[in-house]
Design a protein around this ligand. Structure first.
Ligand code: SF4
Ligand code: SF4
Length: 308
């Protein structure tokens, strides 16, 4: 069994062609800009969408742990006191049983993370084999960090390769070299994150260990490697930072780099988890801001793509 939080069909940004992307739970890092915060913990995650919630109370009736309540608060609006009702979820009491999710007719509650049999995932992936064959696509394992559930991940990619599929993995590179060496023969493409080359900054923002990440990057055959750089304002978006990262790629024979412009689309998910997203008010980065690096990469023989 492997802990999955989403299976996305017809993905076109996670490797070549049309793909199915399987998102696994658990990540060793804590990047504050993460747009999939439901992936971070290996435990299931409760999310409530107040835009869909009509405060009907059905979920509250089904919850045997008394973890849901609808409370009233008095708000002063144009000098008139108005009563506003609020959905309240108590994480300490919640045992993540999922009864509220089933009870909600508006799909306002989602619990992310469920254990699936490896065969169940393979069956789901194989449903779109015709699309993979006609488009040169395949399957991408993403997360979280797929290497966190290592034994199950290995079992999955071995079966997918046996089925003749193109297997890509989106990875942080933050795990032991032994694990990478075991998995590498079953992976056709690594979408490998390099977030910063300043060791201290990388550590303090994300928790990643630069030496581990770089050592793993060097292990991957260059024809299997695309380096990915999420460009984050205030972290690595200066011209010097981006050029340093491109030069780092050049020194390590990287031939393709994807610069991924920042977007704040994760905001809603953080809110639904009852957390504050630190990048909520940072505007989306325009792709055109990164276009200039294409020439810089070209001068070193690197194909720079913006997005993807
Ligand atoms: S059942 Fe759904 S719509 Fe009703 S209160 Fe619960 S979350 Fe809101
Ligand atoms: S997941 Fe279960 S325990 Fe948690 S709020 Fe929903 S019904 Fe209650």
């Amino acid at each position: 069994m492997i802990n999955v939080f989403n299976i996305e069909k017809f993905a076109i940004h996670d490797g070549p062609g049309i793909r199915t992307t399987v998102f696994l739970k658990g990540c060793p890092l804590h990047c504050p800009w993460c747009s999939n915060p439901e992936s971070l913990s290996l435990k299931p995650v409760f999310m409530h969408d107040e835009r869909k919630c009509t405060l009907c109370g059905r979920c509250m009736e089904k919850c045997e742990s008394n973890a849901i309540s609808i409370s009233s608060s008095i708000e002063n609006y144009e000098r008139n006191n108005k009563t506003k009702e609020l959905f309240v979820h108590d994480t300490d009491k919640c045992i993540l049983c999922g009864k509220c999710e089933k009870a909600c007719l508006n799909k306002a509650i989602s619990i992310y993370g469920k254990y699936m049999e490896i065969e169940e995932i393979v069956d789901e992936v194989m449903k779109d084999i015709d699309y993979y064959e006609s488009s040169g696509g395949g399957v991408t394992i993403s997360g979280g960090e797929p290497f966190i559930q290592f034994d199950e991940f290995m079992e999955l990619i071995k079966i997918l390769k046996k089925k003749g599929l193109h297997v890509a993995v989106e990875t942080t590179g933050n795990y032991s070299k032994e694990k990478l060496k075991k998995a590498e023969p079953y992976i056709d493409l690594f979408l490998f994150d390099i977030k910063h080359i300043d060791e201290e900054k990388l550590k303090s923002f994300t928790g990643a260990d630069k030496n581990t990440v770089v050592a793993n990057l060097k292990e991957i055959p260059v024809e299997k490697l695309i380096m990915r750089v999420p460009v984050i304002p205030g972290f690595n978006s200066s011209e010097k930072d981006i050029k340093d990262i491109i030069e780092f790629g050049h020194k390590n024979n990287v031939k393709i780099i994807n610069l991924l412009p920042f977007h704040p689309f994760g905001t809603i998910k953080w809110q639904q988890m009852g957390k504050v997203y630190q990048y909520e008010n940072i505007p989306i980065m325009n792709k055109s801001e990164l276009e200039k690096y294409k020439e810089y990469g070209k001068s070193m023989g690197i194909d720079i793509k913006i997005g993807g």
